[in-house]
Design a protein around this ligand. Structure first.
Ligand SMILES: [Zn+2]
Length: 609
């Protein structure tokens, strides 16, 4: 998430419904299985990092005290927040110097009036919020303001509430008794109520609505630190506008129940989270699984069938799993519930779970459990949702929204297409030499080959219109190719002001489960990050067909997609044995470490075997 987006999320006086905030909403593409509310919230799985506002001090020096206190959004008359956001970004980019340093500089130049105390305190609070070792100073400034009867604006109070509830370290305080004691020692946790009271007072004295989602999340964190999972859940649920709920509101309750090993309560939070129209991500699943792995008593444990349904849900929502999640999964399969289920699952009483890391063969075969991973595709509803997401992004990002709509209609009219060719990618392949350039012969070679190899799948060549006007396109062979393809309705030129990536991506997705995308594009671009990862990652593994050429276009060779999908899978054999396979995320920078064990295999082993 960009800095600006984070700032926008945190601005307490910032309308959460504003245009700027809503923009990323459309990027989220959700499954049809849950009722739809505000999809934007699914983009905020990541733990919140507190961003404070360096520009405040700069602003304070060029504005009146009142303006500075209200913050940059205050003079934003259109209410959309966009200009304010831009202003902040610019100031941040410029890098506001350190407070005292800047004051000194200013003094040297010419005598300037000293900043009013209120402005100084506000700047101090935001400055010190940025570093854990400076948090104490934020509270010292708060005490000073109280002593001098200075009313702090709501953004300061929200910052203080966030810090009082543990800041970015809140989870450490939930899990470590020692760290929790240290935080309690500072007395900040006790300040929550007082800050909250000031915040409510400030909200009643002006038109701002300072009790934003962050406040409820902070209060939920406070409860979790105190070990009150139930109260933490109530904070999440008490947000007056349920549309503001995010996964992070529920995370404190999940952490508290996870730590305590209360699977029953943890699953209640999981239900509430989904009933709020949210979808758990890996972070939330890991906490639920932690509760399951630790639940030993009858009333805190849940049935193994329930555990399996959580794992199946996780399979749909996630791909590779972090090492910490893998550790929790090992514990889940070592838990009492798992052991009892394995023992009861077969007539042989000696059935147990065996867990271990392993590699799988290129064809998906796992030697450890003697079974083979499957190719898992999106279901019809997921395809539809995925395609809708792409088209709405394409419409928003294109210069003229009607352009993409025109393409959708054109596809309807001339489709269905089965093989989509990202023609720019093909034409530029291996052209990084002196006389190299946009090579239409390579496009032709791909069209010919897919027509021969997949006679039932109609190919579609997608290219940006600019490429049809360049010098390469005026060569007789290129002209002939484009003319033939156009006549056959197998060619679409993405119009001026559009990004052709959206066009081939969309066409390839609406091609459905048989669809093939011919492209070597790694799809790591910013654009692809906008797509819902749970659909995009699985889709890409199944449908992207890479290719190679050597010097001659006739040397074209295709590389089929992997025969299996990297995602959590359950494999069941006829003899009743079961294995759960979990893909382990590669550590950053270790993409090519092929020999590494990158699956966790949890399989039943019977004493009889
Ligand atoms: Zn296995």
């Amino acid at each position: 998430m960009s800095l600006v987006a984070r700032l926008l999320l945190l601005r307490p006086y910032f309308s959460l419904r504003s245009v700027a905030f809503r923009q990323p909403c459309t990027l989220s593409i959700r499954s049809t299985s849950h009722h739809r509310q505000s999809p934007s919230r699914h983009y905020h799985h990541a733990p919140l990092r507190w961003i404070t506002f360096r520009p405040i001090l700069m602003a304070a020096q060029t504005q009146t005290t009142e303006q500075a206190l209200k913050g940059p959004a205050a003079d934003n008359t259109n209410g959309a927040g966009v200009p304010a956001a831009k202003k902040q970004k610019t100031a941040t980019d410029a890098g506001a110097p350190h407070a005292t340093g800047q004051q000194q500089d200013q003094k040297k130049k010419k005598k300037k009036k000293v900043l009013p105390l209120a402005v100084q305190l506000r700047a101090r609070i935001h400055q010190s919020a940025k570093r854990v070792d400076l948090h104490a100073d934020a509270f010292a400034a708060y005490e000073e303001a109280k002593r001098d009867g200075i009313k702090l604006p709501s953004d300061c109070l929200v910052t203080l509430l966030f810090l009082a509830a543990g800041g970015d370290q809140w989870e450490t305080y939930v899990y470590s008794e020692e760290k929790r004691a240290e935080h309690l020692e500072t007395g900040r946790l006790d300040k929550c109520d007082e800050i909250l009271a000031s915040l409510r007072e400030s909200s009643s004295s002006n038109s701002e609505t300072p009790m934003v989602e962050m406040c409820y999340t902070a209060l939920a964190r406070k409860e979790a630190i105190m070990g009150n999972g139930e109260a933490a859940l109530q904070q999440a649920l008490s947000l007056p506008d349920p549309l503001q709920r995010r996964n992070r509101c529920f995370l404190p309750a999940l952490a508290a129940f996870g730590k305590r090993g209360d699977a029953t309560r943890s699953l209640k939070v999981y239900e509430d989270l989904m009933q709020s129209g949210l979808e758990p991500g890996e972070t939330e699943f890991a906490k639920i699984l932690e509760a399951i792995s630790k639940s030993e008593s009858e009333d805190s444990a849940v049935a193994w069938e329930t555990v399996e349904s959580v794992l199946r849900h996780m399979s749909r929502e996630t791909s590779d799993l972090e090492a910490s999640t893998i550790d929790v999964l090992r514990d889940v399969f070592g838990s009492r519930t798992a052991r009892e289920a394995a023992a009861a699952g077969t007539s042989g009483t000696s059935t147990t779970w065996s867990t271990g890391l392993c590699t799988v063969r290129a064809d998906g075969y796992c030697e450890r459990c003697d079974d083979t991973l499957q190719a898992i595709d999106l279901d019809d509803g997921e395809y539809a949702e995925f395609a809708r997401g792409i088209s709405s992004l394409a419409e928003k990002q294109g210069k003229r929204p009607d352009d993409f709509h025109g393409f959708v209609k054109w596809l309807d009219e001339h489709g269905p297409f089965g093989v989509i060719i990202d023609a720019a990618n093909v034409a530029f392949y291996n052209q990084n030499f002196e006389s190299g350039g946009f090579n239409f012969s390579q496009i032709e070679a791909v069209v010919d080959r897919v027509s021969a190899d997949y006679p039932d799948l109609k190919p579609l060549v997608v290219l940006h219109v600019n490429r049809t006007r360049g010098p390469a396109a005026s060569a007789p062979k290129a002209r002939a190719l484009l003319q033939t393809l156009t006549e056959q309705n197998r060619f679409f030129a993405a119009p001026m002001g559009s990004n052709d990536d959206w066009y081939w991506m969309y066409a390839a997705v609406v091609a459905g489960s048989e669809g093939i995308l011919v492209s070597n594009d790694e799809m790591r671009d910013h654009l692809f990050n906008l797509l819902a990862p749970k659909y995009f990652k699985k889709w890409k593994q199944r449908h992207q067909m890479r290719y190679t050429f050597s010097a001659d276009p006739n040397s074209l060779a295709f590389e089929n997609p992997s025969p299996f999908t990297r995602c959590t899978q359950v494999l069941r054999k006829a003899d009743g044995s079961v294995s759960w396979m979990f893909p382990v995320a590669r550590a950053a920078g270790k993409d090519n470490d092929e020999d590494r064990d990158d699956w966790l295999c949890c399989s039943t082993t019977s004493g009889k075997r």
